[in-house]
Design a protein. Structure first.
Length: 77
């Protein structure tokens, strides 16, 4: 399900710039800038925080934190 959801946004992905990553056992927190292209061709940069928990080598939980206002504006949501 996660791969399917991300696949919908892949065509808009321009760049991911990792700012910082923290690892604590089976948990990883990544802070990064996500650069995406809008349907009009304009690019926007969205600061993101991504908290992932791994169990038995597989992604068990992922929580993404970001402000969706710019994204919603350029994608007409």
């Amino acid at each position: 399900a996660n791969v399917e959801l991300l696949g919908q946004f892949l065509p808009a992905h321009v760049e991911t710039r990792m700012q910082k990553q923290f690892v604590d056992g089976d948990e990883v927190c990544s802070i990064y800038d996500l650069v995406v292209a809008s349907p009009s061709g304009e690019t926007i940069t969205i600061p993101m925080a991504d908290w992932i928990r791994v169990e038995n080598g597989l992604l068990a939980n992922q929580t993404i934190y970001y402000d969706p206002r710019d994204f919603a504006k350029v994608f007409g949501m």
